[in-house]
Design a protein around this ligand. Sequence first.
Ligand code: SF4
Length: 436
Amino acid sequence: MGFLDSVPLPRSAYLHIPFCHRRCFYCDFAVVPLGDKASGANGPGSTAIKSYLNLLHREIAVVPDGPPLATVYIGGGTPSLLAPAQISSLLKHLENRFGFQDGVEITLEIDPASFSLEALNGFVEAGATRLSLGGQSFDDEILERLGRRHCRADLLEACQWLNDFYRSGWISTWSLDLIQGAPGQTLHFWEKELNQAINTYAPHLAIYDLSIEPGTVFAWRQRLGELELLDDDLAADIMRCTSSVLGSKGFSRYEISNYALPGHTSRHNRVYWSGSGWWGFGQGATSAPWGQRFSRPRTREGYRTWIEEQEMHGLHPSLEVLTASPMGFDDQLIVGLRRREGIDFFAMARRWGWDEEKCEIYITSFCKFMKDLFEQGCLKREGSRFKLSEPKGMELSNQTLIQMLLWWDSLPQDAVAPPSHVKLRRKDCDLGLLVD
Ligand code: SF4
């Protein structure tokens, strides 16, 4: 096996747009709130946006060559704060740099009430083929409790536009995000939310659990005892309800939080979970073009300084094929297990450099370590493949993933050390082969 067989080439790119109108009460992302009136072209906040886009273009210009891209994801933050011309310019730059494969999937995250119908047309003309709408809830009271800027009417209007675009063939698909487990939700209420989502005809739904992150308004309210979170039983009932209602409507749960009608899975997200490489650009963005993950600074000044270093002193080792480490085996297991199809443990272990004997010893030790989770029906084995069960294993995924990390930490050093053969192959590899 040659190097090109062992390390998938990066055919995906993520661009981070860190601006939002305001910070939602549960959000701890690397975002910069610019106020409710901000807009990319010439409104309030446009100077900050333009200066950031300048940095983003500088970062795109500095990375090494790679093969044409199959997927691009512009996420945030609120990318729909940008003007269509700004999105177009970023996409043109990426295309000039790497090229786009035929049928490239270009996802743009959009936030209800942050764009007009005219802007939506502009985003699609700029090249977006898939739009991902951050709806979160159809209920005005819940939206207010979450600190969102949009209301139910904004969301319904945006869904209608997206459905029209999809039916007319102007975009290939679209997705709607909802948050389950928000304060004040009841089972009956959540079922109503799901049915409203289904009635929008969104072919892809991303359903995220509310989690309380340090430094957020919700964390602060929780400390003051002012946040009434759902009890564990209700949260579990809500999760089960999601899986059963969406399953009955033909949605397949292809990842812990993602449901799609046939033909509508996100190709870009599958890249993250398959262990393939991707480029990442922008403040706080994570990349892993050759396996090794690297996260950029989360502040503007930190990001600017980091770009200047790349320009003046050479690229970060993770961005160069000859110097990047492989993705950790534990990371591969964790991201792989999130998918419906789970992981082919034996194939992954052999790629990591384990021989037959090590595979036998360590995979047996894994099965022993995870015994309780197998017995509880959270984890399943089908030959060399291991996967979370649906719905129970998917619901209790954190428990399984933590136990898996504990197992990894219990292994001897010679099992967990990165495979030396990858480094050796890298020394011999012909960089000319990397552009196909
Ligand atoms: S719009 Fe999204 S990224 Fe921005 S603050 Fe709200 S949750 Fe965070």
